[in-house]
Design a protein around this ligand. Structure first.
Ligand SMILES: Nc1ncnc2c1ncn2[C@@H]1O[C@H](COP(=O)(O)OP(=O)(O)O)[C@@H](O)[C@H]1O
Ligand SMILES: [Mg+2]
Length: 260
């Protein structure tokens, strides 16, 4: 089982969309995939049509005493081979609990190491803050995927994620290979083109050589429902994500280091 964390310390860069799109592509290739919504905002959970009221069982139960097994929390999606675990708004309170309950940083790693659900891939949709939930995801991950919006301010989020991944590698003593995915690229704007070029110069082979284009038809809630299995016209962004997946699967460099 491969665990991928989809993370960036910035909101609105396409993390949830990337999680859904890569998960969908993997499932269409016949892989069994589990998506885990670690963001208290619950965008991924809502995309699957699960309401926050009453709160569904989900990630919070991985942190309860005793924790529930991941397999009991996984729900099937409309797409064959794709399951998901819900987020709850109360996840936001975990930070406070973690102060007097040491060891919570490894709850997700432990749940996944015991997981017997038959999944080939687990994709972790992270919140935009470097708190307990992201720490859990990075501790559990075999790979880190950093969606990065192709606009100048996004370079800060990417650099921040770079420093965080190096910290995680040092503290756990195991490499955390990184793949940077440029997202929401608008080739008509100069800022978009300049940012993409800068990203490729700074991060070289850690960045996918293409970019996921802006696609006004892309909506997280519809992404799986409307663009399911046999869709002949998956849309520009989903087509790009399928190629990005091939790049990630083809193997990737070991570390995210800013070129000198
Ligand atoms: N390639 C794209 N083209 C157009 N809109 C996009 C694209 N990728 C994401 N979006 C939209 O941008 C918003 C933020 O994306 P989202 O994946 O939720 O970001 P994050 O999870 O990082 O906060 C959502 O409304 C999503 O539908
Ligand atoms: Mg999100």
């Amino acid at each position: 089982m491969q665990v991928w964390a989809i993370a960036n310390q910035k909101g609105g860069v396409g993390k949830t969309t990337t999680t859904l799109a890569l998960g969908r592509s993997l499932a269409l290739q016949g892989q069994r995939v589990l998506l885990v919504d670690l963001d208290p905002h619950g965008s991924l959970t809502r995309a699957f049509g699960v309401s926050a009221d009453p709160p569904p069982a989900g990630v919070l139960e991985l942190f309860s005493t005793p924790p529930l097994p991941m397999a009991d929390l996984a729900r099937p999606s409309p797409l064959e081979g794709l399951d998901f675990v819900c987020a709850q708004t109360a996840l936001a309170t975990l930070e406070r609990r973690s102060a007097n309950q040491p060891g919570l940083g490894l709850a997700l790693s432990q749940a996944l190491s015991r997981h017997t659900g038959g999944h080939d891939y687990v994709l972790l949709d992270c919140p935009p803050t470097l708190g307990l939930l992201m720490v859990n995801a990075l501790a559990a991950a075999d790979r880190l995927i950093v969606p990065t919006q192709t606009e100048p301010l996004a370079m800060h989020g990417l650099a921040g994620m770079c420093r965080t991944s190096e910290m995680v590698e040092r503290s756990r003593g195991r490499p955390l290979p990184v793949a940077v995915l440029p997202t929401m690229f608008d080739r008509r704007t100069r800022a978009g083109r300049d940012t993409l070029r800068q990203m490729q110069e700074d991060y070289r082979d850690r960045v996918w050589s293409e970019a996921v284009p802006i696609d006004t038809q892309l909506c997280n809630a519809d992404l799986l429902a409307q663009q399911s299995a046999g869709s002949a016209h998956p849309g520009r962004a989903l087509g790009a994500y399928a190629r990005a997946l091939d790049w990630i699967l083809a193997g990737q460099p070991q570390r995210l280091e800013q070129a000198a």
